[in-house]
Every structure is written in structure tokens, then in C-alpha cells.
Design a protein around this ligand. Structure first.
Ligand code: BG6
Ligand code: MG
Length: 216
């Protein structure tokens, strides 16, 4: 059993469901390039960085682009994505997320955000939850994508809590792996059939309690 002193949260798919906006923007880009992407394919993009997502999508469409063209395509997708997330409201916070964040703070635990997204700041601001985090690590502060543990280790460092006393909340397989690679516990948000490596899996933060942290 581990003494948990800090909770580190992924954003997309754990606190808000932005996957639908990423999907709409990537689909529009694929359509302009002459092919389509399915929701099933979109599943493979969860937790994957912007450029790595673009590479996967171009591969599915059998399209080859130069590095400069790829930069331009990623920028175009991001413009469409930002247009959508700029319209987000607190109503889009997933059930139980703010309640569990508050419960962590009330229990004297530290909280951090550990997200691959360079747009995390906008999402936190639009949904009004920035103040729930003692540290915010997003895609602008890291260079190595999950399953590298960089994003979570930086979070632990900023909180001054040793990695072994941290637990990560993640909806992506690569995110669970990143937590373990950093020597942290991982609570999977989603299905136990998918997040097989997680130390505990719950369907959402509405099913998470401080008591359950003590079983890790
Ligand atoms: C992750 C999402 O949180 O952030 C991915 O799950 C996304 O789908 C990645 O590609 C990077 O996001 P952004 O906002 O920097 O393009
Ligand atoms: Mg996620």
C-alpha cells in the first residue's frame, strides 16, 4: 500500500470530453484531403500528441506530406479546434470531476494537471476550474509524449511530492503506462477491458472517493 499525497489528472477524457472536438477538427482536415476518419480510428488518437495524431491520420489516408506542409495542416486543425473549445462552458465538465478535485483538496492532498494538450489553459479557463490545481503541466511544458512519464514527473516536482506518493488519473492506455514508467500509481478512467494495466479502474470521477485512494 502507498501513501498518496498528490493526485495528478489528465484533462481530455478525465475532466472534460474534448475528444469529440478533436475528432470533428481532424475529420474536417481529412475530408479536405479527400478521405474520411471513423470514430473507431479516433479512439487511437486519445492521449496522442498533435503531430503524432496527424502522422497517424495521414497514414490512414495514404497521404504523404512534407514537414512544412504537416506544420500547416496541424495549425489548420488547431484553429478549428480552438474555435470549438473557446465556446466551452462549465456544463461540459464530466460528472463528479469538480467534486472529486474538491474532495482531494479538502483531504489535504495536492492536485496537478498533467495533459499533453497545448490548449489545456483555454479549456480550464472556459470551464472555470483552473483554481482546483496546485500545479499545471500541459503540452507547452513537455517535450516527450506519453508513455514517457515527463508530464507527470514535472507535475510531482512542481508539487514537491515524491513520485511514489502520486496517483495519476488517466483515460488513455499510454497515460497509464506513463504513470507506471514514472513510478506512480494509475487509476484508469473508462473500461477495465481497455485499461488492463491500471491499478484500479472506475467509469468516471463520479465513482472515485478518497477512501478508494487508500486501497492503492
Ligand atoms: C491530448 C488529447 O490530451 O492532447 C489528444 O487526448 C491531443 O487527442 C493531445 O492530440 C494534444 O492536444 P493539442 O490541444 O495540443 O492539440
Ligand atoms: Mg486523456
Amino acid at each position: 500500500m502507498t501513501t498518496i499525497k498528490a493526485c495528478i489528472f489528465d484533462l481530455d477524457g478525465v475532466i472534460v470530453d474534448t475528444a469529440v472536438y478533436h475528432y470533428k477538427a481532424w475529420k474536417r482536415l481529412a475530408n479536405e484531403l479527400g478521405f474520411d476518419i471513423t470514430e473507431a480510428q479516433n479512439e487511437n488518437l486519445k492521449g496522442v500528441s498533435r503531430m503524432a495524431s496527424l502522422d497517424l491520420i495521414l497514414g490512414w489516408g495514404g497521404v504523404t506530406k512534407t514537414e512544412a506542409e504537416k506544420e500547416q495542416l496541424a495549425d489548420q486543425k488547431n484553429t478549428w479546434y480552438v474555435d470549438m473549445i473557446n465556446k466551452m462552458t462549465p456544463d461540459e465538465i464530466l460528472p463528479g470531476a469538480t467534486e472529486f478535485l474538491q474532495a482531494c483538496l479538502d483531504a489535504g492532498l495536492k492536485t496537478a494537471l498533467g495533459s499533453a494538450s497545448k490548449n489545456a489553459g483555454i479549456i480550464l479557463e472556459k470551464t472555470g476550474i483552473t483554481h482546483f490545481f496546485n500545479a499545471i503541466i500541459d503540452g507547452n511544458k513537455v517535450s516527450k509524449p506519453k508513455p514517457d512519464p515527463e508530464v507527470f514527473l514535472k507535475g510531482a516536482e512542481e508539487l514537491s511530492i515524491p513520485a511514489e506518493n502520486c496517483v495519476v488519473f488517466e483515460d488513455a492506455i499510454a497515460g497509464v503506462e506513463a504513470a507506471h514508467n514514472g513510478g506512480m500509481k494509475a487509476v484508469g478512467i473508462g473500461s477495465p477491458q481497455v485499461l488492463t494495466e491500471a491499478d484500479l479502474v472506475v467509469s468516471g470521477l463520479d465513482k472515485m472517493t478518497i477512501e478508494k485512494l487508500k486501497t492503492l
